[in-house]
Design a protein around this ligand. Structure first.
Ligand SMILES: [Zn+2]
Length: 276
């Protein structure tokens, strides 16, 4: 079509030189080729479900995987966001929140950390699937709307530079950027730093996890103004024992944050401990 139009224009303007017409026709050709190749690419690469890789309408996960994701909804512990099997009434805390109160005030998660959630987290973290961040971030913004409504600043859990070197980007930062756009809360990306490298938390006991990350985080000396007196929402991909979030919250509170809440994509829910 673009090519035909170009020739019509050529007839309508006899004063243009032949080379000018040729150039026009060539550009039109290039343009339509671009369109054709883009179309071909769209046909060749349908959007795939992020979890099972089956073709899917729109973005994110297919209906089957969506059904397998366990979105966390009330009733849950107002402190830790752990889902309750039955509603114990408002303001009643979970046993975990009473036995092991964390340094942060409240935690919320979009989903339980199960098979589909693990696939999403691993794809985002290790396979450079940055295209997953928008859907995951939106689910987080929804799960954390109560915290975000009161927040002044978002702080992603930082990677140590040595680990960031091997991995191209920080998955918590990618999620926080989506939440920033969704909730309109300012993002302070480099405010919290990892001041010493830590072992991977995988395979460590609860107390090992806590000592592994103790003192590992610090608010950068030139970024104190981003934190002091502000209500912070700390952003991470997964909450397991809560040791990392706790160490980060302590660092933020030492830098005089007014409060620290935690928002993650997925949290481990210990089904053995859940009330019947
Ligand atoms: Zn799927």
């Amino acid at each position: 079509m673009a090519l035909a139009l170009s020739f019509m224009n050529a007839k309508a303007s006899p004063s243009r030189s032949i080379s000018g017409h040729l150039r026009g026709a060539l550009n039109a050709c290039r343009h339509s080729w671009k369109l054709v190749s883009r179309l071909a690419l769209d046909i060749a690469l349908p959007t795939l479900c992020v979890a099972c890789r089956e073709p899917v309408d729109g973005e994110g996960v297919c209906a089957e995987c969506w059904a397998k994701l366990s979105f966390i909804a009330p009733p849950f512990c107002p402190r830790l966001g752990i889902p309750f099997v039955y509603d114990p009434g408002p303001e009643l805390l979970s046993m975990e929140a009473i036995a092991n109160p964390p340094a942060y005030a409240r935690a919320r998660a979009a989903v339980r950390y199960d098979d589909v959630a693990r696939t999403l987290v691993h794809a985002l973290k290790y396979q450079d699937r940055t295209d997953l961040a928008p859907a995951m971030g939106r689910w987080m913004a929804r799960a954390g709307r109560e915290l975000l409504a009161e927040a002044d600043v978002l702080v992603p859990v930082p990677l140590h530079w040595r680990r960031a070197w091997g991995r191209r980007y920080n998955q918590s930062g990618a999620l926080a950027r989506i939440i920033e756009r969704q909730a309109g809360v300012r993002l302070a990306c480099e405010a919290l730093r990892r001041v010493r490298p830590t072992e991977q938390q995988i395979g460590l006991s609860r107390s090992q996890r806590a000592s592994n990350v103790q003192g590992a985080f610090k608010v950068a000396s030139d970024r104190g103004a981003d934190i002091q007196g502000h209500r912070v929402v700390l952003v991470d991909d997964v909450l397991t024992s809560g040791a990392t979030a706790d160490a980060c919250a302590r660092a933020l509170l030492r830098a005089r944050a007014a409060s620290v809440d935690v928002l993650v994509f997925a949290r481990v829910v210990d089904t053995h401990k859940a009330p019947i």
